[in-house]
Design a protein around this ligand. Sequence first.
Ligand code: SF4
Ligand code: SF4
Length: 271
Amino acid sequence: MTPRWLIARRGVQLTLLAAFAGAPWWGAPLVQGTLASSRWFGALTLSDPLVVLQAALAGHAVAAPALLGAAAVAALAAVLAGRLYCGWVCPVNLITDAVEALRRAIGWHGALLPRADRRLRRVVLAGVLLASALTGSVAWELLNPISHVVRALAFGLWGAGAVALAAVAVCDLLLLRRGWCGHLCPVGAFYGLLGRFGRLHVQARRPEACTHCGDCFQTCPEPQVIAPVLQRQAIGTVIADVDCLRCGRCLDRCAENVFAWRLGAPGRSPR
Ligand code: SF4
Ligand code: SF4
């Protein structure tokens, strides 16, 4: 099967990265800044609402364009699905998916930590917000690998970017499987909570066709979100868990076409 949703995601991610990196080629930059706060086509400001929230907690004055940009991104995340950001925008997802592919290719399933609670990322998020309030700084931006990678692309600051990427790769390869995005990243935790009532979901369109092959569980970066839907065996039941990235890998991998996208309220059956 052609992994069309994977191809679409990579297209979006790489186009965004090319926009940040491409000023020398385009002549004039399409975008200035980083994913923390960026200005597109010299007119449209988009800001990461978590960065703006940290700045506000730190007591910094936030400029009106940054506030409006954060509100726009937050509204989009809330209406659609917060973790779309993780699967379709975040450059670190390219690294963590690559490490997972490497693990599968070499048959390496080990880790120093055999398992950890996936709610750990919400504890990290609370710690980040508390640290911003206590230190008067946008605390997570000192560490945030997303910002370091985009800064590296946009401004050539590859020292911190390379260290950040290496740390994420080592984390996922040696410390904890799917450790960074699946357990630790407070950005994903924040967008997941923001999209709690979002309207874009994956639904079980043909649960009765499931052969229990396990392919969707193996490919899903958050496999714990799938089981409740398949267990219910109810047509139209959606994956409503905030941890679902809406990456579409389960749609790509399921040979029985059990899954489909659904846009609408999660509670209603489409039939
Ligand atoms: S990939 Fe499809 S058939 Fe296989 S377990 Fe998942 S839903 Fe069932
Ligand atoms: S359930 Fe499907 S869309 Fe959601 S994270 Fe897993 S593979 Fe991606």
